[in-house]
Design a binder for this molecule. Structure first.
Ligand SMILES: Cc1ncc(COP(=O)(O)O)c(C=O)c1O
Ligand SMILES: Nc1c(O)cccc1C(=O)C[C@H](N)C(=O)O
Length: 416
């Protein structure tokens, strides 16, 4: 491969979705942002929409705003369904945080499988998922069965299958692993789970807006995900949840708020869940965050998931090739090498990963550090250019070659 900046520029020139970068607010042209998998950039349309929503809808319309706000969770859900997740309208809704949605859907799934005593997840699933499942298992006297995962290679579907038997109620896993970026085999795992009568719940935080998620093709039961990463909806924006249409009537989630009730404004006695995906809602939705999720989902839908996934694969392949050429075994790959089973971020091992992260930030490159010794580089395909990858990796090369990172304390500081 050609390692010149000119080559990176030529890749950008040929990039069919490269123009989407101009739809983002990018005030610091020197900054190399490798963290869109933690917090996406600000779309220009979102900034304008939020200004208008604050000034006109809230400032002027006041309570009358609810005439339109009331349908927002459903309309953004439908947009995510058609433009991002490729499922049917009425199967996705915007709601709460990913953590709260894991709790609601996992509890609903456990209630739907009475008499079964086991929840399966993997030992490298994202912490919030593991903790929530641990809490549910403790409260209900169930076993939480952890499948051992290779942190770099990702989940082995055969190991998941080996953990399954007819006492398993729920299998809850991440589609793209937060550390390695490995894509789990959703088809094989759903098939194995359904063979023993278990339900599946997928965390799509690192998938939505970055890779094609085979919810429909794999017969997935339930899913959750956030909108602040590849959907660019901003810090703390509301999450989404997916419940396959044929399961909705048979599932009840445990937080019985008024937004989940049939005929909400009748304010009637007793809880009677809505006969739709609305039954998985709880309370008043965050409207400003909802608008941001809507604008973010529109951009992703316009670019198209297949084009985004293809570019994400090429960007991560390019970062791997530059790392191997320039840094050799000083930076070992901690992600799958095959882009077909990798999301839009790539991770490297180094005993000095923490110091490298600090030195990169000082050089105006933002990656992140993940325990125990990993440098994670997120390459959000909507706005990351090949020249950004070239520039970021070349600043990393200068740091490693000069040893300048060694002047940073080796002690871990605050990690986000
Ligand atoms: C896989 C995964 N699940 C869940 C979360 C977080 O959930 P929440 O938005 O509820 O904090 C993250 C990132 O923060 C994540 O990467
Ligand atoms: N959600 C985050 C937050 O509220 C604070 C700091 C970081 C995050 C993240 O998104 C972390 C991210 N999900 C990860 O994969 O590590």
């Amino acid at each position: 491969m050609d390692h010149t900046r000119q080559y990176a520029e030529s890749l950008d020139t040929q990039d069919l979705i490269g123009h989407f970068r101009s739809r983002f607010h990018i005030p610091d042209s020197d900054l190399v942002y490798f963290d869109g998998n933690s917090l996406g950039r600000l779309p220009i349309a979102t900034r304008e929409r939020l200004r208008d929503a604050v000034d006109r809808e809230w400032g002027h319309d006041l309570i009358r705003g609810w005439d339109t706000w009331i349908d927002l969770a459903r309309s953004v859900g439908d947009l995510l369904a058609s433009g991002v997740l490729h499922v049917s309208p009425g199967e996705v809704v915007l709601s709460d945080s990913t953590s709260v949605n894991v709790y609601k859907l996992a509890a609903a799934a456990l209630d739907a499988r009475p008499g079964r005593h086991v929840i399966v997840t993997d030992d490298d699933n994202f912490p919030t998922d593991r903790y929530l499942l641990e809490g549910l298992a403790a409260a209900r006297g169930l076993e939480l069965r952890l499948v051992a995962t290779d942190i770099d290679a990702g989940l082995d579907p055969a190991r998941v299958a080996a953990a399954l038997d007819d006492d398993v109620a729920l299998v809850c896993l991440s589609h793209v692993a937060y550390r390695s970026g490995a894509i789990a085999d959703m088809v094989a795992i759903n098939t194995a789970a359904h063979r023993v009568g278990a339900l599946t719940l997928w965390d799509l935080c690192h998938s939505a807006g970055a890779v094609r998620v085979p919810l429909r093709e794999s017969g997935a039961d339930l899913a959750v995900g956030c909108t602040y990463k590849y959907l660019n909806a901003g810090p703390g924006a509301p999450a989404f949840l997916y419940v396959r249409e044929d399961l909705q009537a048979g599932l009840r989630q445990p937080i019985w708020g008024w937004f989940g009730r049939r005929d909400q404004f009748a304010m009637a006695p007793g809880y009677d869940p809505a006969p739709s995906i609305d039954r998985f809602l709880v309370g008043t939705p965050p409207v400003l965050g909802g608008y941001a999720a809507q604008e973010g989902a529109r951009l992703v839908a316009e670019a198209g998931i297949d084009a985004l996934a293809e570019k994400g694969a090429r960007l991560t392949d390019y970062a791997i090739a530059l790392a191997s050429e320039w840094l050799g075994d000083r930076l070992a790959l901690a992600s799958p090498r095959d882009s077909a089973v990798r999301g839009s971020h790539v991770t490297f091992h180094s005993p000095e990963a923490w110091q490298l992260c600090q030195a990169l930030k000082a050089a105006n490159v933002i990656p992140d550090f993940r325990t125990p010794d990993r440098l994670r580089i997120g390459l959000a395909p909507l706005y990351t250019r090949f020249v950004d990858v070239h520039e970021g990796m070349s600043r990393l090369r200068s740091i490693v070659e000069s040893g300048s990172h060694l002047s940073f304390a080796a002690t871990l500081g605050r990690v986000t």
